[in-house]
Design a protein around this ligand. Structure first.
Ligand code: SF4
Length: 282
């Protein structure tokens, strides 16, 4: 048996077995990235789309995704590549682009405003070896590395990536253990520890998706933003918070889109503690 040490699930896998996330496999008594270099999405996106509002604003970044995820958010926007049945099919059909080839594409697109590579769309931490190997090359070429992540990984994984990652948008999806455990299939404590380890070493922005009836209370937003207010980015400024609007999709179609006024009201609550608060999808 191999025990995966990447996230709180610590999957115990038989040789050749694939983990809960669909992105790691047991091989020779340990686990490795089954999705290494298996690319499902590649696009040159505005950096603000990650979203990162205070990291090279106005630039573009080569955004790359693979397949698999270690959470089970029922409203996932990227379910085709995260944890739907279709995501499992990507394991068989995804194109392979190795670190050297991806770094070369990043270099070739500099003239179109590209500043580097963003590991995004699915959860990059479950395939951290590919992120590490590619980011090392991208950094050596004088470009930037970004991760868009749910922050659900052990700190030993962050230690592998820390030398190469310049900025992250990390989901802080709510501020109760119940919501993380029961609705998202996650572990809030692991996310908080990951965020605390990340700030101070790279630029961090956070995103909270407001789901009606789940995490839309003012008290929860007040507690969340007061916790975020303790954090400082490497330049000494506060950590930006993006508060975004939910739309019913995938396995969560039993409720309406978040009212725009709710998003604005919660943004005002967050501004009681935070310097940089942005609203999204409104
Ligand atoms: S990263 Fe994947 S295989 Fe590893 S413990 Fe988490 S869910 Fe399991």
């Amino acid at each position: 048996m191999a025990e995966c040490g990447v996230c709180f699930r610590h999957c115990r896998l038989k040789e050749g077995q694939i983990g809960f996330c669909g992105g790691r496999i047991a091989k020779d008594g340990r686990t490795e990235a089954y999705n290494y270099g298996r690319i499902t999405s590649l696009a040159l996106d505005p950096i603000e789309k990650k979203p990162l509002n205070r990291f090279f604003p106005g630039s573009r970044i080569l955004s790359v995704g693979s397949f698999g995820c270690n959470l089970r958010c029922p409203f996932c926007q990227n379910y085709e590549i995260s944890w739907s049945d279709q995501a499992k099919r990507f394991a068989l059909t995804a194109e392979t682009i190795g670190p050297e080839a991806l770094a070369a594409i990043a270099d070739e697109t500099r003239s179109r405003g590209n500043i580097g590579v963003a590991f995004t769309y699915n959860e990059p931490l479950i395939g951290y070896e590919f992120v590490r190997d590619t980011a090392r090359l991208v950094k050596a070429a004088g470009m930037k590395n970004v991760m868009v992540t749910n922050g659900t990984a052990e700190l030993s994984v962050w230690d592998e990536l820390r030398p190469y990652i310049d900025a992250m948008n990390i989901d802080l999806k709510g501020f109760t253990d119940r919501y993380y455990a029961k609705v998202l299939g996650g572990d809030r404590r692991q996310v908080l520890a990951f965020i605390e380890a990340a700030v101070g070493t790279c630029h961090v922005e956070l995103t909270t998706l407001i789901v009606p009836g789940e995490n839309d209370g003012e008290d929860e937003m007040r507690a969340l933003s007061q916790w975020v207010a303790r954090l400082r980015n490497p330049d000494g400024t506060g950590v930006p918070l993006h508060i975004s609007r939910f739309f019913p999709q995938f396995h969560m179609r039993d409720r309406t889109a978040t009212p725009v006024r709710t998003v604005y009201r919660l943004a005002d609550v967050a501004r009681e503690s935070l310097e940089y608060v942005y609203t999204g999808n409104c």
